[in-house]
Design a protein around this ligand. Structure first.
Ligand code: OXD
Ligand code: MN
Length: 602
């Protein structure tokens, strides 16, 4: 052992002690500490290519891009195998799977024991948030997957500089991952908030194994945020620069399949481009928000990359994402074309005559499964992992230690009939109610009954690491701490007519609504008070370059009391699942809304 290694061992004795204990359980052949260097990246990439963990794509067309295929049974986050392990079940709450820490460690220890035999254990020191910022948190992930190392390099700040920032006694989240035998029956994703630890075993899929993301930056961070009085949220962060140069930032939460990445990378529509707007992407998935000394809410994106859904991405739906994934990107579970490039359903290019599908099997546009249905070339949850700075609209403020000031918070859902295109909360408490009652409806494109509603409060249902009733209470408490709180809005890009046709064109056109939101935040426009909140006066939405009949706008903004009364009952039933832990203020909001709707219906 060299002098340098001995010094490192002494300096990080508390890390070393933990690494040694985990290695004794997992029994890897060797332990390798990642330094985050370019040389290391080249070496590990070459090793992963040799082992077949990744495949090189056409380096002329897609320089620095690689393809990874997961096991067929390991293609998405496995919520039913994801647990919050707390001493008391009530602390995990009714929306989380629960195990006691003792039971969690016991079960997982069985799967981890000897799981890394014949493999290397990689030690990845990583930071969520800019290193040295008061926002940032440090984690160390141990893994037997080079794919995880290469992804963590993109998604986080990682390597030696993180260990330096940690120092000899610094606190870190202990993140342990092993692919083990990728057996779904021996798979667990366990969170131990009381120990600041995450154990994930039996999976190789991003959301289960890139432990800095959903596991640390949301589930563990929500618990820390409650304790330390800040907010860890499933939100994009977007800067809107007006022609005069003023930039204002918005944080927005949407359930999955509601276009979060598209909104984060929004391209202004032709009609508004003439006005000179520019959009700056600060984050597409997670926002950590704190009250600063100016009494406002400031946010950072703790991540350094995008882990986005590929199918449906094309230059019309997300021009900037297409530009983002042309180089230095890891593709997971997309189709491979004979020329070494990639393809997916919804790509700009027509389907290739032949390709290998996401599992590496020969595919053609005529391929059908046993059920006679067309076979997909790419998996519906195939992903790209791309560096944050690849996006042409990335904001230079991503490294700012204090983040960006948030002017407005948006909650969004997919509601075919109920919610208007946009409405503003009457105050912070009403805004928290809007977030707590957030929901999305199934469309004809999804399995299940059309119109069936899934509650997904603040888009955090699978990501809140503690009792969601307490989480709502924390949001209410934060309102009392922010001297100059952002206004809260709800948007719904998905309202349909009687035939199920979308009334609003969406995508870049959504900027028209963001413009109104910011004008409201600056008190520059009025609005129409309705029982559910404030909706725009149609004349206040700039429609230049968009030919939308006035009647359609009326339909988009209409509020139907009968539908709202049914909604209020449904929200009440949802709140009841939290029992006495549900904050009284939110019950009061539900009843106040009922009174306002009833009064208006008279
Ligand atoms: C994601 C998700 O992968 O929300 O970002 O599932
Ligand atoms: Mn997400």
């Amino acid at each position: 052992m060299g002098v340098q290694e001995i010094l490192t061992m002494i300096k990080y004795a508390h890390v070393q002690e933990w690494v040694d204990r985990m290695a004794a359980m997992c029994q890897p052949d060797s332990v390798y500490w990642c330094d985050g260097s370019e040389e290391e990246k080249r070496r590990l990439t070459a090793e992963a290519l040799r082992s077949g963990e990744i495949m090189e794509l056409n380096q002329t067309v897609l320089p620095g891009c690689y393809l990874h295929r997961t096991a067929a049974n390991d293609v998405a986050r496995t919520e039913h195998l994801t647990y919050i392990c707390t001493s008391f079940q009530g602390d995990a709450g009714p929306t989380n799977n629960w195990m006691s820490p003792r039971e969690g460690y016991r079960k997982a220890r069985e799967y981890f024991s000897g799981a890394m035999k014949g493999r290397t254990m990689y030690v990845i020191p990583f930071a969520m948030g800019p290193i040295g910022s008061p926002f940032s948190k440090i984690g160390i992930e141990l893994t037997d997957s080079i794919y995880v190392v290469l992804n963590m390099r993109i998604m986080t700040r990682m390597g030696e500089s993180v260990l330096d920032a940690l120092g000899p006694k610094g606190e870190f989240t202990q993140c342990l991952h092993s692919k083990a035998d990728l057996d779904v029956n021996r798979r667990l994703i366990l969170h131990f908030p009381e120990d600041n630890a995450i154990w994930s075993v039996g999976s190789g899929y991003g959301g289960n194994v890139l432990l800095g993301k959903k596991c640390l930056a949301l589930r563990i961070a929500t618990v820390q945020a409650q304790r330390e009085k800040w907010l860890a949220e499933h939100m994009l962060i977007l800067g809107i620069e007006e022609p005069v140069g003023r930039v204002q930032y918005i944080a927005a939460a949407f359930p999955s399949a509601c276009g979060k990445t598209n909104l984060a990378m929004l391209l202004p529509p032709e009609g508004l481009k003439m006005k000179g707007y520019r959009i700056w992407t600060v984050g597409d998935d997670i926002a950590w928000m704190k009250v600063d000394t100016d009494g406002r809410l400031w946010a950072v994106n703790p991540e350094m990359g995008y882990f986005g859904v590929v199918p449906g991405t094309n230059s019309k739906t997300n021009f900037n994402a297409m530009a983002t994934i042309t180089h230095d990107t890891i593709y997971t579970n997309v189709a491979l074309k004979p020329d070494g490039t990639v393809w997916w359903e919804g790509h700009d290019d027509p389907p290739p005559a032949e390709a290998l599908d996401w599992q590496g099997k020969p595919w053609s546009p005529k391929a059908v499964g046993k059920d006679g249905k067309p076979l997909m070339a790419a998996h519906p949850n195939s992903r790209f992992t791309a560096p944050f700075t690849n996006c042409p609209t990335h904001s230079f403020r991503y490294e700012h230690h204090h983040g960006v000031p948030i002017s407005a918070i948006i909650f969004g859902g997919r509601r075919a009939t109920l919610a208007p295109l946009v409405y503003e909360a009457l105050n912070w408490e009403h805004g928290v109610y809007m977030g707590a009652s957030m929901a999305s409806e199934r469309t004809a494109a999804q399995v299940g009954a059309v119109g069936e509603v899934r509650r997904d409060p603040m888009a955090m249902l699978p990501f809140c690491g503690y009792n969601m009733a307490d989480y709502f209470g924390h949001w209410l408490d934060m309102g009392t701490r922010i001297r100059r709180p952002p206004k809260i809005f709800h948007v719904n890009w998905f309202r349909t007519d009687e035939k199920g046709k979308f009334l609003w064109p969406g995508f870049g056109e959504n900027l028209r609504i963001l413009e109104w939101i910011l004008a409201r935040q600056r008190d520059e426009v009025g609005g129409l008070e309705t029982p559910i909140g404030i909706v725009p006066n149609p004349k206040d939405i700039d429609m230049s370059g968009l030919d939308l009949p006035a009647e359609t706008m009326n339909q988009l903004l209409a509020i139907h009391p009968k539908d709202w009364l049914a909604e209020i009952d449904a929200v009440g039933q949802f709140f009841e699942t939290f029992g006495t832990r549900m904050p009284e203020e939110l019950w009061q909001q539900n009843e106040a809304l009922r009174r306002r709707v009833l009064a208006a219906a008279k």
